[in-house]
Design a protein. Structure first.
Lengths: 199, 168
């Protein structure tokens, strides 16, 4: 399964869902295919899932998608028991697992290239709907269900290691601009002030 | 910390509008937790690591909550990556409620805490986190409001370090 093809299918399906992305190629590819104000491209490893949890808890009426990578989840495994116990029903987590630290450009294998099964780790942490998909058709089923159904989902997407994202021209929208765009979008759609001029 | 001081701190947080608190219990300030649990104004989120406590709080702040992350001073070291990469680099207002273990005025200071205590302020200063040390309950509501005003203005994490009377 190719991550870009997953995103090509999913991006046009999105309406008002909030999306938090991690680092690595998925951030570049999603940012290229989806230029919505509802996208929060974090640009750091080990944070997207936790930030997504916080958003889901703060806005329980909004659907939150988190796009993670195997390396990023491995960096913050303590998120999984916390997520299981909080169990936000409006959160869907998709971990694009290419079994490698491909950002290093030497493609060093991650633990999931060996014995580690992230979906099993998540199930062990207590996340009930934790599955692995490895075909585009199965990805579409999980993503479509995440769009229409409630309930926490943790979907490990076994993908091929690809380097297509390196050919995508990098966005010149920096992190602060991304944040303000996202927050102003939420202020408009939620009808409330988020960033206060003064406390 | 006695119950009255714990109550004053919780009241000060409420008055400052803090309504979302991630926490990892510790030994000095934990009396605030049952008080907040009894008050529906606060959305409390237990975490397994101060690192995710900061990042979960950051997500909630971007979603419109006024947030705090409660931790022991040792947790600042655990969370410094998250404070820097999400809180500061991304610019998210988060109130860090930190028990200042290992400080001069920590009444339970010992060899277990002191190394972390004496390096805590240099650590915060290296991260460029603004902070205040709070030693007693005098003007507590105003001091907490000062801190939340600062974090909203700066759009970065701001720390309150609690010691002395808060460590009794």
């Amino acid at each position: 399964m190719i991550r870009y093809e997953c995103f090509e299918w999913l991006a046009p399906q999105m309406t008002d869902e909030l999306v938090v992305t991690s680092l690595s190629g998925q951030r570049v590819e999603w940012g290229h295919l989806s230029k919505r104000d509802a996208d929060l491209n974090l640009g750091s490893m080990g944070n997207a899932l936790a930030v997504g949890i916080g958003l889901a808890l703060a806005l329980p009426h909004r659907k939150v998608f988190v796009f993670e990578s195997d390396g990023s989840v491995l960096l913050s495994l303590f998120n999984l028991p916390t997520l299981a116990n909080l169990n936000p029903s409006n959160l869907a987590v998709f971990v694009f697992d290419n079994q490698a630290y491909s950002g290093t450009r030497i493609s060093y294998p991650s633990a999931t290239a060996g014995k580690t099964d992230l979906a099993a780790v998540a199930r062990g942490a207590g996340i009930e709907h934790s599955v692995t998909v490895s075909t585009l058709e199965d990805f579409k089923k999980e993503a479509a269900a995440a769009l229409t159904e409630t309930g926490l989902r943790f979907v490990v997407c076994r993908i091929e290691e690809t380097v297509g994202h390196r050919k995508i021209t990098r966005s010149n929208v920096d992190l602060l601009e991304t944040k303000y765009r996202f927050v102003r979008y939420l202020e408009r759609t939620e009808g409330k002030t988020i960033f206060h001029g003064r406390g | 910390m006695n119950e009255e001081l714990a109550g004053s701190l919780v009241a000060a947080l409420r008055a400052a509008g803090v309504n979302f608190v991630t926490y990892l219990p510790e030994t000095r300030l934990s009396q605030i937790l049952p008080l907040m649990q009894k008050d529906a104004f606060f959305q409390l989120v237990p975490v397994g690591s101060e690192a995710e406590g900061v990042s979960i709080a950051a997500g909630a702040a971007l979603g419109g909550k006024v947030v705090a992350s409660y931790m022991e001073g040792t947790g600042v070291y655990v969370a410094c990556y998250n404070i820097l990469t999400v809180g500061i680099r991304y610019g998210v207002p988060i109130l860090l409620l930190v028990s200042y273990v290992g400080s001069f005025e920590d009444h339970r200071n010992s060899f277990l805490y002191v190394q972390r205590g004496v390096k805590l302020i240099p650590q915060l200063e290296a991260l460029d986190v603004q902070y205040r040390v709070i030693r007693d309950g005098r003007s507590l509501e105003r001091k907490v409001k000062d801190a939340t005003r600062m974090m909203h203005a700066l759009k970065q994490p701001v720390a309150l370090l609690f010691t002395e009377d808060f460590t009794l």
